[in-house]
Design a protein around this ligand. Structure first.
Ligand code: ZN
Length: 627
């Protein structure tokens, strides 16, 4: 044994300081690296787990806890085996974990290569340190307080910066019109209309939605502008179709932030309401496609997406992702899952679609409707001086289906995928009811305009498809839409004219009496519930950009039906027909009124061909810039 290791301070304190200091360093680099490589790897946005600036102070906590735990284990082991080279073993372990961490966060190297390289570096570094234990431990003794200070600075800078930005934005809002109503827009992600009871579904999935529909206006044939979240949410906030806003797929996050470029740079509902003195907030449970990272922050003073709970924060750190990848995909009877359940850490076990679980990576954890409700009510209570505009995305209907595990079972059988999907629908409806109760308890229900809709439907096996975003069939674009504003709009009205829910911003501004100040296309739906209605209404358009990424299911499906993996698609819905066009495949024409399952394609009949030609020229006219 050489001289320096004999004289090295081997007390527990030194090992703990080493664990803490190196954990913070590993975590700070990890946090910045996760942000950096998320941008570099943006083309794999869909299967990726996402982060925002908060990760820079969250990752060090996770790594410091992990490293400190290892230091503690080492301390205990070395109590019983004092002849083991304590510092060297701990340095080996921490170096291995740090190097592995930094290599894997690139998301571009093979895991085995990272493991091997980390092992090699750890062996060499531990050997090198073994000869200089005293100096090495002294280095961490001096450095660790600085690392703690760096963490405090990161925490204060990021959280304080957010707080200041929000306060500053609120301070610069113009005064609101006295008595201006609050506006609440609820998007139930992935909710197809035919699974909503007031749309004729046989199961009582939506008692709360139905009650609001009876007190307001329900659109029997509302059509989503796209069959997946990102373009649809842009339309729901800008009032524009995809060919107008241009956001058909994920776009790289600008290095200096979105500025005014998010959502194609077009005026948004949030921004317009801010100009009218509204306090604006978005509460998203769809953290893949409705987040600040994708440019949706503009027009929202307050935005809640990631990090709603310690579990969610943990799975976004690198070792959290590793834990989720290795342990959370195991069966419900696995030791880890049973232990976590016994410990009450159930939120970690509630799988989300976010993350790369389906591609061999980690599953994220769900943000449930109860958390979204908690976030929005806390935010409402923060300031009651101004009217609010809250935009909610509930993600519980989205796959994996079923609602939370502890959610009490519904009255229908619990066997099929459809049964599970309906559980999610019922669960969200419960929370829509609870949110309305919260508003009522605060005396806000008489002065709040509520709009409930979805960003797209879902294919539950129809047309050889699962989930959404691959085609534009009826089940994928037909969504519920209710507008509720008692005393200002009639109760119990059902509008059967097909409408696009991209008309929501224009309709809200119209109901607020904005008149010519509304920057949205002049398509307020209010004309449809006024007596007499209107004889002609623009046919709703849906668009789906070419999506080159195709999974196994899609590869089978696209041999049977045209999907977006072989070309861009468009759909036009008239009061009788749905035309679906495809960049490279045949057109399709369905009589959606008589054949909602769309099993009978009319395109090759003489009448169908004439209708198709007529609708295609109407579609071409529509795609011209609006006057
Ligand atoms: Zn969606």
């Amino acid at each position: 044994m050489d001289k320096s290791s004999v004289t090295a301070p081997r007390n527990a304190g030194s090992l703990l300081i080493l664990g803490l200091g190196s954990g913070i360093v590993a975590g700070l680099v990890e946090g910045v690296g996760l942000l950096f490589f998320q941008r570099i790897n943006w083309e794999r946005w869909g299967p990726m787990m996402h982060v925002s600036w908060e990760i820079v102070w969250i990752s060090p906590i996770s790594d410091a806890i992990l490293f400190l735990s290892l230091a503690l284990i080492c301390i205990v082991v070395f109590r019983f085996a004092p002849r083991l080279p304590a510092v060297r073993v701990l340095v080996f372990l921490l170096t291995f974990l740090t190097v592995y961490d930094w290599l894997t966060l690139t998301n571009r190297l093979y895991l085995r290569a990272c493991l091997l390289l980390a092992f090699g570096v750890a062996v060499a570094f531990a050997r090198w340190c073994g000869k200089r234990e005293g100096v090495f431990l002294q280095f961490w003794k001096t450095t660790t307080p600085w690392m703690v200070a760096a963490w405090v600075l990161a925490f204060a800078g990021i959280q304080g910066g957010k707080w200041l930005q929000e306060r500053n934005a609120l301070a610069h809002l113009p005064p609101a019109t006295p008595g201006a109503p609050n506006v609440l827009v609820i998007v139930v992600d992935t909710l197809r209309a035919d699974h909503v009871s007031s749309y004729g579904y046989s199961r009582p999935t939506n008692p709360n939605f139905d009650r609001l529909a009876q007190q307001g206006v329900r659109f029997e044939n509302a059509i989503a502008p796209c069959s997946w979240s990102l373009p649809s949410h842009v339309s729901l906030l800008t009032g524009l179709y995809q060919f107008e806003h241009g956001v058909g797929s994920v776009q790289p996050e600008p290095w200096l932030g979105w500025g005014n470029k998010g959502m194609g740079g077009f005026p948004t509902l949030g921004e317009t309401l801010e100009h009218r003195g509204y306090r604006t907030g978005a509460f998203s449970a769809n953290r893949t496609y409705f987040s600040r990272d994708l440019g949706f922050g503009r027009g929202f003073v307050h935005f809640e997406d990631y990090f709603q709970s310690p579990s969610d924060a943990f799975v976004r750190t690198l070792y959290g992702r590793e834990f989720a990848r290795i342990y959370l995909k195991r069966s419900e009877h696995s030791l880890v899952k049973r232990t976590l359940r016994k410990l009450g850490v159930t939120s970690l076990l509630d799988q989300d679609a976010e993350g790369s679980g389906s591609y061999g990576g980690a599953f994220g954890v769900r943000k449930r409707a109860d958390v979204v409700n908690q976030e929005v009510t806390e935010w409402i209570d923060r300031d009651r001086q101004r009217p609010f505009f809250a935009f909610l995305n509930y993600f519980d209907v989205h796959d994996p289906y079923g609602g939370p595990r502890d959610y009490s079972k519904t009255s229908w059988p619990q066997q099929s995928e459809v049964d599970a999907y309906d559980n999610g629908v019922k669960y969200v409806d419960d929370y829509i009811g609870r949110l309305m109760e919260e508003l009522s308890r605060r005396g806000l229900e008489n002065n709040t305009l509520v709009v409930i809709t979805s960003d797209h439907g879902e294919s539950l096996g129809q047309h050889h498809l699962r989930t959404h975003g691959k085609a534009l069939y009826w089940e994928l674009i037909h969504v519920p839409l209710v507008i509720w504003y008692p005393g200002h709009i009639p109760a119990g009205v059902t509008v059967t004219t097909p409408v696009t829910n991209a008309a929501i911003p224009a309709t809200i501004m119209d109901l607020l009496g904005a008149g010519a100040q509304s920057p949205f296309p002049p398509s307020s739906l209010s004309a449809l519930w006024q007596t007499g209605g209107v004889p002609h209404w623009p046919d709703p358009l849906s668009e789906l950009a070419h999506n080159a990424i195709s999974d196994k299911e899609d590869q089978i499906a696209r041999t049977l039906v045209p999907t977006a993996s072989t070309g861009a698609m468009k759909s036009l819905v008239t009061p009788q027909w749905q035309l679906i066009t495809h960049e490279t495949r045949d057109d399709q024409l369905y009589d959606w009124v008589l054949d909602q399952a769309e099993s009978n394609n009319f395109v090759h009949t003489p009448e169908g061909q004439a209708t198709t030609d007529n609708l295609k020229s109407r579609l071409a006219d529509m795609m011209m810039p609006r006057k």
